[in-house]
Design a protein around this ligand. Structure first.
Ligand code: C2O
Length: 488
């Protein structure tokens, strides 16, 4: 079987019918009952489900509780399984759509396109591809239908600053089990539906794209209902390969706990299947036929095993694991409730016991970051938002470190944004969560070193400024257990 090519949705040639057939398949799959694994509802339910959510109001009969436990609400977030799980999910989804298209009399080589919102050569990149916004939900199956008072989508675009690719700079795939640092692909966890600390790629751009589009896309329990979800995830999956191709010691985990972990799905005939992480690492072999991404070479420059054999881990200083976990150097002393107005909170230095070492490094080595000769072992500073709990789908909040004037937020102090993607599910105590909420970790090393260069850095005066992007909907709450600064 030929390898499928997943194409850039903005580069489909004139007259190409990939999206037209996608629309026909979506419409067909929506007619199938939610108990049919090849239905639109079932596919979205694999990601997440909440029977009380208005987007699910018309779902009809759903799979039995036993079926749901095994196959629904499986999405892996805040975890090193985030990337492989979504790769598997997309592969079966693509197979189901492709078979639906063939059954409708369409082409035999359909493959899922990707939405490259970060493409700086495309002035329209941050807009939803026009096929997804044309007409109305009644006339265009690629639209997302509204549900009661909720719009299908809040925006037909994403913000430029939300699709930057700083995550590609992270060299290590797996994050620390504590989540600091979070790693490119997410922290080491077990099965993790919703999870705590989102990995670098998951945080930005993944989560931000979800919340920028909003509506069903803004919550993992409804996101799979929107046809754009799948093109977003094809892009995230593509970025995994792009990251590997960047080399310099970037490689997938070699831990058997990761490689042998298996997840359950159904194929295009509706038969149960299981896949192990190790079976999806080479995209050209996934589900036998495999796939590649337009413009992205499929083989990493150096295989991880070869790097071990040849000791090629001569990466940038500081990105090698020196065995020293990051330690907390400062933190807030109370929890923080966010509302619709801007909030500024200060962090106090922690000067006790084993923390003293990190405090020392924090005070001495960090200034060295700005020096002419980079330290042999560059330090990292992480701003950590711990135990974030909440209700509803909050807006994203922009985060600034040591902003001199609250009325004039600027790029030099911008640490990133808090997307809170999936925060409600992560806050509820149930069989899959302990309810302790989410963590988000920002690498603020660059900001700290710039502040230092400009003599604006004073560890005695640390403040974090939070600014909501929009007014939260009524009933929406967010509480942050602690904000801390970690130093490695
Ligand atoms: Cu499992 Cu984009 O979410």
């Amino acid at each position: 079987m030929p390898t499928r090519e997943r194409k850039d949705v903005y580069k489909l040639p004139a007259g190409d019918n990939t999206l037209e057939w996608y629309g026909k398949a979506v419409a067909k799959m929506r007619t199938r009952p939610a108990t049919d694994p090849t239905s639109w509802s079932y596919q979205a339910g694999i990601h997440g489900f909440n029977k009380d959510n208005p987007y699910w109001a018309h779902v009809g009969p759903v799979p039995s509780p036993g079926q749901q436990t095994e196959y629904w609400k499986q999405c892996q977030h805040g975890s090193w399984y985030f990337l492989p799980w979504h790769r598997m999910y997309l592969a079966y989804f693509e197979q189901i759509v492709a078979k639906t298209i063939v059954d409708l009399g369409g082409p035999t080589d359909w493959s899922l396109p990707f939405w490259n919102y970060s493409d700086s050569n495309n002035p329209n990149a941050t807009k939803l591809p026009p096929a997804f916004t044309a007409g109305t939900a009644a006339s265009n199956p690629l639209q997302m239908p509204p549900a009661g008072q909720y719009p299908g989508r809040k925006h037909n675009f994403v913000e430029h600053k939300d699709v930057t690719l700083a995550a590609l700079k992270t060299l290590v795939f797996q994050g620390a089990p504590t989540g600091v640092p979070p790693g490119f692909g997410g922290p080491v966890t077990g099965f993790s539906h919703s999870g705590k600390t989102h990995g670098d790629l998951e945080h930005l751009p993944h989560d931000m794209v979800h919340v920028d589009i909003g509506g069903a896309m803004g919550d993992p329990r409804t996101a799979g209902l929107d046809p754009i979800f799948w093109l977003h995830h094809a892009n995230i999956d593509r970025l995994w390969q792009v990251w590997l191709n960047l080399g310099h010691s970037r490689h997938n985990p070699l831990d058997t706990a990761w490689l042998n972990f298996a997840f359950d799905f159904h194929d295009a005939t509706g038969s149960p299947k299981a896949l192990k992480v190790a079976e999806v690492l080479d995209t050209t072999k996934v589900l036998g036929h495999g796939y590649s991404y337009q413009g992205v070479p499929t083989s990493p420059p150096v295989a991880a095993e070869a790097m071990f054999a040849n000791k090629l881990f001569a990466a940038a200083p500081g990105d090698l694991d020196d065995g020293m976990p990051p330690e907390v150097a400062a933190a807030t002393d109370t929890s923080l409730t966010l509302d619709k107005s801007n909030t500024t909170t200060s962090l106090q230095l922690i000067n006790s016991g084993r923390k003293t070492g990190s405090l020392h490094r924090f005070n001495t080595t960090i200034p060295g970051l700005a020096g002419a000769a980079p330290a042999a072992n560059t330090n990292h500073v992480y701003l950590n938002f711990e135990n974030i709990t909440g209700k509803g789908v909050p807006p994203a909040y922009d985060v600034y470190l040591n902003l001199p004037d609250e009325n004039r937020p600027d790029d030099a102090h911008f640490a990133g944004a808090l997307p809170f993607f999936g925060v409600e599910a992560a806050s509820s105590k149930d069989s899959q969560h302990n309810g302790s909420g989410q963590h988000y970790v920002f690498d603020v090393s660059d900001i700290v070193s710039t502040l230092k260069e400009n003599s604006q850095w004073d560890p005695q005066h640390l403040k974090v400024h939070l600014q909501p992007r929009e007014t939260p909907e009524p009933g929406c709450t967010i509480e942050i257990g602690r904000i801390s600064l970690y130093v490695k």
